[in-house]
Ligand binder design. Structure first.
Ligand SMILES: [Zn+2]
Length: 284
């Protein structure tokens, strides 16, 4: 990840209100693959990743900007209470809690394994999966014992919905259907589709979840929905809002152009602007 500049601040403040598109644009500007050794030219396209990957990236960006600790204040909704409660947690802890594991498939009688085609998965009976087996399992030729017929007879193939997929179906009346058509191979029954959707959630889980706490005043359980994309972009946007004043102060003091100031790493711009505010404008 590159350090953000004023360019990212202006994007947060001025782009149309679409967190998915803004998150992707930020990631394209700041993140680059460690596998690519060439000089970064800012032209990455991460739209082939899942929304889960995007949210992890946004959480990491938030972590590098404000630190690991998140404190969210909510009001207790218990009758007659209304106490203000801080719910706090660490981003490392939150991400660690959501890392996909095979335990998500335990006891289901079926699982999902990578298929031959890169990026695709196959629903398969849990009994056909061995540790030493190649990732792709030909379910048609394996034992039928204890298998889940509706899975094994067809061997449903699917891939995970990507950011590009979500953007393509956004606003469509039948967005869910269209997403299924893009990501699930062939015609599947309602039950198979439900299994595929469960598998997708297990492999690339949504990071939007309820946070739980206990009200110190009345002892009631408190739940609040945490949407990391919305929450972290909101925080980053609040901080970005100072860019207009920073440009004004620095242009007055040093006679730098707007584009020069915008190109500064954010932290350096903020420090210059803070120093300039304390000293007042330089004469001449
Ligand atoms: Zn309470």
């Amino acid at each position: 990840m590159q350090a953000p500049t004023g360019g990212e601040d202006l994007l947060l403040l001025e782009a149309p209100d679409d967190d998915l598109a803004i998150g992707l644009a930020l990631m394209n500007r700041l993140a680059r693959s460690v596998d690519v050794k060439t000089e970064y030219d800012g032209g990455a396209d991460w739209s082939h990743l899942t929304p889960t990957d995007l949210d992890i990236c946004i959480l990491r960006l938030r972590q590098s900007t404000f630190g690991n600790h998140v404190v969210s204040d909510v009001r207790c909704r218990a009758a007659g209470c209304g106490e203000q409660i801080d719910i706090s947690f660490g981003i490392d802890q939150y991400i660690g809690h959501h890392i996909p594991t095979r335990a998500a498939f335990r006891g289901r009688g079926w699982t999902a394994e990578p298929a031959e085609e890169p990026g695709s998965f196959r629903l398969t009976s849990a009994t056909t999966v061995r540790k030493d087996a190649p990732p792709a399992v030909d379910v048609a030729s394996t034992s039928r014992a204890n298998t889940c017929p509706s899975v094994d007879k067809v061997g449903v193939l699917f891939r995970l919905p990507t950011i590009a997929d979500l953007m393509a179906v956004a606003g469509l009346a039948d967005a869910d259907e269209e997403l299924a058509r893009k990501c699930i191979r062939g015609l599947v029954s309602v039950r198979q589709r439900r299994l595929v959707e469960t598998a997708m959630e297990a492999i690339a889980p949504s990071l939007t979840h309820d946070l739980q706490g206990v009200c110190p005043e009345c002892g009631a359980e408190v739940r609040v929905l945490f949407d990391p994309r919305r929450y972290c972009l909101g925080e980053l946007r609040d901080r970005a809002a100072f860019i207009y004043q920073d440009i004004d102060v620095l242009a007055h003091r040093y006679h730098w152009t707007e584009s020069d100031i915008v190109a500064l790493p954010r932290i350096r711009r903020m420090n210059y602007a803070e120093a300039a505010r304390q000293e007042g404008p330089r004469s001449g």
